[in-house]
Design a protein around this ligand. Structure first.
Ligand code: BV8
Ligand code: ZN
Length: 257
């Protein structure tokens, strides 16, 4: 793999072979993580713990056990994050991916994110591997529940609402660690990884499974893998790494297609 291209101060001169791969790709899989929402002001997953939650590791809070131990603490963290998303706007990275899909009909977007910024930027049929902040449900009977009015920017502890059917507690509609991913979403994502000829990996540390295996499967079957992130990843198997913010690199790439 060539050295990463440092695009942190603007798109570095990229080899024509890379740009040709982007232009010729007819089955594109894009996998996004929290980094694609960073320029919308949404703290990335591993930064999303400040204030009331600063002393927790995200993987500790993002579990059913943590919710059962202290429903108000976990529910409040998600409600604080959901309110942050509702106040945020999609950024240039979200918009570039939506435009790319409009231009290049065979682009499918798979996200680990639980926000709806891709949809609000115009992306359609977004595959959410880890669920959504906007679809709470009953912890006990899975009855879908209406999201309550959003909280303010100040973190506050509040008890989750209760289910009108069984009295159970409302939980966020996300996939917690130790929980299985939505079957249909994961099956579609694997199928896309198996058949794409280009896989863009944008704004993810690649630590969480099974999402992190999608680019591995894509590369094994011969797809070109391009990673976009300000931080280089030593062990990440990519054909190219473009170092920089997604909101800078994606629109610049789109201009060159
Ligand atoms: C499961 C929802 C079956 C909640 C999340 C092997 C196979 C299967 C499972 C496992 C396995 N090995 C281990 C496991 C267990 C576990 C796991 O992966 N653990 C990890 C910690 C090792 N996986 C599971 O439990 C999964 N379940 O497989 O079911 C099963 C069950 C039990 C046991 C075994 C198997 C469920 C995983 C889903 C967990 N839920 N989210 C919530 O959001 O609170 S995951 C969470 O992490 C978020 O969804 C987030 O999206 C995701 C990944 O994080 P990133 O998106 O990468 O965000 P991060 O902050 O890490 O990185 C941001 C990146 O952006 C950085 O690189 C940064 O440099 C970059 N960046 C910053 N600014 C920018 C930028 N990039 C571009 N532009 C910028 N401007
Ligand atoms: Zn219920």
């Amino acid at each position: 793999m060539p050295d990463p291209f440092d695009c942190r101060s603007g798109l570095a001169p990229l080899p024509e072979v890379l740009l040709d791969r982007l232009r010729q790709a007819d089955e594109v899989l894009v996998l996004t993580g929290a980094g694609v929402s960073a320029e919308s002001g949404i703290a990335t997953f591993r930064e999303a713990l400040t204030g009331l939650w600063a002393r927790f590791d995200p993987a500790q809070l993002a579990t059913a056990e943590a919710f059962q131990e202290d429903p108000a603490r976990v529910w409040s963290w998600y409600e604080w994050r959901r309110a942050q998303v509702l106040r945020a706007e999609p950024n240039a990275a979200h918009r570039a991916l939506a435009d790319w899909a409009d231009r290049q009909g065979r682009l499918r977007l798979v996200t680990q994110n639980v926000d709806d910024l891709h949809e609000r930027a115009g992306s359609r049929d977004v595959i959410h591997l880890h669920g959504s902040l906007h679809e709470p449900r009953c912890f006990d009977c899975a009855n879908p529940l209406a999201a309550p009015p959003p909280v303010g920017a100040e973190a506050q502890l509040l008890a989750p609402p209760t289910c009108p059917l069984c009295g159970g507690l409302a939980r966020p509609g996300v996939v917690w660690f130790g929980e299985s991913l939505p079957e249909a979403a994961l099956a579609t994502a694997w199928a896309l990884a198996e058949r794409c000829n280009l896989c863009l990996v944008v704004g993810t540390s690649g630590l969480v499974q099974p999402a992190a295996s999608l680019p591995v499967v894509a590369r094994q079957q011969g797809a070109t893998v391009i990673r976009i992130d300000p931080q280089p990843a030593a062990d990440f198997q990519a054909d190219w790494q473009l170092l920089g913010a997604a909101g800078l690199i994606l629109p610049a790439l789109l201009e060159r297609l």
